[in-house]
Design a protein around this ligand. Structure first.
Ligand code: SAM
Length: 174
């Protein structure tokens, strides 16, 4: 089980980027998306809309206390992975993370991420040591975690299926 915890969402400034974090969570194989501190119907609706057309199911949980959520996750035997440019390079820890059967909570921030999350994560993981984006960091982390298999996911319950084509858009209605 893999969940993504999004910290510090500001509905006006971050609506597109948080929506992208949620869509990447779903598309790249996470089972849940958790929004700290707030609920945002725009984010929820985008997730629901994607699942309605393309199938699959992802849990949407919102307005959680991030620190409590992390504590509880660890009490339940899960591990916590904070994505940060200050961390250990993904290349150096990913094998250990893949081997562990524990459920995983992946944290991505918006602006400054509080010290608590650095201290209470099992891993602080850098997707390289340059500042970039929570969307990019999450996508690359999930891709490494699932070794690229997630790119081939199609959901059985999807009403639509894409027929890959070199040009144009082919979509089959099931
Ligand atoms: N300056 C902020 C800080 O000190 O935490 C980070 C801002 S960054 C725009 C937002 C989020 O993107 C971070 O919290 C982190 O999750 C992710 N991120 C950005 N660059 C990253 C990197 N090189 N490796 C891992 N995560 C990164």
């Amino acid at each position: 089980k893999v969940y993504v915890l999004r910290l510090g969402h500001r509905p006006e400034r971050d609506k597109r980027i948080t929506t992208h974090v949620a869509l990447v969570s779903r598309a790249f194989g996470a089972n849940g998306f958790v929004l700290e501190g707030i609920c945002d119907d725009k984010v929820r609706d985008s997730l629901l809309k994607a699942s309605k057309s393309w199938g699959g199911k992802i849990d949407y949980i919102c307005n959680v206390d991030g620190k409590e959520y992390v504590k509880k996750w660890r009490e339940e035997g899960g591990e916590v992975i904070n994505l940060t440019m200050y961390g250990i390079n993904v290349e150096d820890v990913i094998d250990k993370i893949i081997i562990s059967p524990k459920k995983k909570l992946i944290i991505v921030g918006a602006e400054k991420v509080e010290r608590f999350y650095y201290d209470n994560s099992d891993y602080n993981v850098a997707i390289g040591w340059q500042p970039h984006s929570e969307v990019a960091a999450l996508a690359i982390f999930l891709d490494r975690l699932f070794k690229g298999r997630e790119l081939f996911y199609n959901y059985r319950d999807a009403p639509y299926k894409i027929i890959p084509s070199e040009r144009g858009k082919k979509v089959e209605r099931k």
